[in-house]
Design a protein around this ligand. Structure first.
Ligand code: GUN
Ligand code: ZN
Length: 438
């Protein structure tokens, strides 16, 4: 056998374009008995199993999941690496939640041993949930970023992330300065950006914890490294928005604070964006900035309801992504995340179809990260990052599926409504098995 080759067989689904609502069969490719052929960690071919099997070098392993659904691995474009032990912290909204729980926990990531131990947990959990790429906020400490990327590299997973820049309104143990945030991010770019599959993101936490001087430094980094992503938070909570107004009275609203420092644009991702004004949504769209919908977090911290229909139906349309936002978010599972997203849109009178939801969690999030064609798809040339899903994983799911006969969209909707880590049979990163359900 040629060790460069392997293959995965089952029902194969990959999206070609954003679905225009339920029933949009032109938006995806689906093979009932499909095969994904992997060569050197990338997808060499995808299609009907029978003809493709005949082309494989003799002895190529075939991992066969007869009843399962093979998709591109999920992508989580907004998650906090140092917050896995913050999940399920009781009783507060954003600003108090940060102070009382999060800023306490993140201080522990000054310790490289703690960061390394938590990185093992973090990537185990992503893999168990079928997530193969994440864009993460690390802590203010560069050692937290080193731990994050070192563990991702060890597993052959392609990750993005950055050191949080924060120079005010936080405990002294958790603040840098404008200069230090700049210098440390620069050093991390040299160390990690483009090393294998790893990519550094410029990460000012949010306008409340950065001075104008630090946001200017973040803008300078962006100008010097135009290929890097910028990630931050925007218009999540009403008290937060009021505080930003007080801190930046010269700005024309919250988004304008980032805009003034050159932090908007096609490579900028803004977590939450719940309370944007119409003018702000237009500015987001004009600049090509991405709004990241974090439903479990928005509900859990009591921040509000993100209106997907408004986002996508206005002209020009705002770019969107969907993410867990652990540890404000309550689950590592993108399936749980889509379920809560659906419920939020129900409250707003919009039927968010399973096709739109799974598109967003794969190809849509890839496009939001500027990685369309590299990840989030099973088309040849992409990394062989795969999730293998089982829509009969629990008694309730199996019982429901007994009433669904070959209807792909109905199955996807069962997966997102009832599924979680138990529905993930296996996860592959660059063609390597990184999780198999026991
Ligand atoms: N805004 C600034 N920092 C954070 C954070 O850690 N989580 C959430 N949900 N919002 C933020
Ligand atoms: Zn966040």
């Amino acid at each position: 056998a040629d060790p460069a080759f392997r293959s995965v067989r089952g029902r194969v689904l990959t999206f070609l374009a954003p679905p225009q609502g339920a029933g949009d069969e032109a938006s995806y490719r689906y093979f009932v008995d499909g095969l994904v052929v992997v060569r050197d960690g990338r997808i060499a071919a995808v299609g009907e199993a029978a003809p493709l099997l005949a082309t494989l070098p003799p002895g190529t392993p075939v991992d066969h999941y007869p009843d399962a659904l093979i998709l591109p691995g999920f992508i989580d474009p907004h998650i906090h690496f140092p917050q896995t032990q913050v999940i399920a912290s009781y009783g507060t909204q954003l600003l108090e939640w940060l102070e009382k729980y999060t800023f306490v926990e993140e201080q522990r990531f000054a310790d490289p041993a703690h960061a390394a131990e938590q990185a093992v947990f973090f990537f185990d959990e992503l893999a168990r949930n079928g997530t193969t790429t994440a864009l993460a906020f690390c802590s203010v400490h560069p050692v937290s970023v080193d731990a994050y990327f070192a563990e991702a590299e060890r597993r052959g997973m392609g990750m993005l992330g950055g050191k949080v820049m924060m120079d005010r309104n936080a405990p002294p143990a958790l603040t840098d300065t404008a200069q230090r945030g700049y210098d440390e991010t620069k050093a991390l770019i040299v160390r990690w950006h483009g090393r294998g599959r790893q990519r550094v993101a410029i990460t000012p936490r949010f306008a409340i914890t950065s001075t104008a001087g630090q946001l200017a430094a973040a803008g300078a980094l962006r100008r010097e490294h135009p290929d890097l992503l910028v990630q931050t938070h925007l218009s999540e909570n009403c008290a937060e928005i009021e505080t930003v107004r007080r801190l930046f009275p010269e700005a024309d609203g919250y988004l304008d604070v980032y805009d003034r420092f050159g932090l908007t644009g096609e490579r900028s991702l803004f977590g939450h964006c719940i309370h944007l004004t119409e003018a702000e949504r237009r500015r987001m769209a004009e600049t090509g900035s991405v709004a990241v919908f974090c439903p479990t977090s928005n509900l859990f911290i009591g921040s509000g309801l993100f209106d997907m229909r408004k986002a996508v139906s206005e002209t020009p349309a705002m770019r969107v992504a969907v993410a867990t936002d652990v540890g404000g978010g309550t689950s590592f599972s993108m399936l749980r995340t889509l379920a809560e997203g659906y419920k939020v849109q129900q409250l707003l009178g919009y039927n968010w179809s399973a096709l739109e939801a799974f598109y967003l969690a794969t190809a849509g999030n890839a496009a939001a990260l500027g990685l369309a064609g590299e990840i989030g798809t099973l088309e040849p040339g992409a990394f062989a990052d795969l999730v293998v899903l089982d829509a009969r994983a629990t008694p309730v799911m199996a019982n429901r599926m007994a009433r669904i006969d070959g209807d792909l969209e109905a199955e996807l909707f069962v997966l997102m409504t009832l599924g979680d880590d138990r529905a993930v049979r296996a996860t592959y990163a660059a063609g390597r098995l990184v999780h198999a359900r026991s």
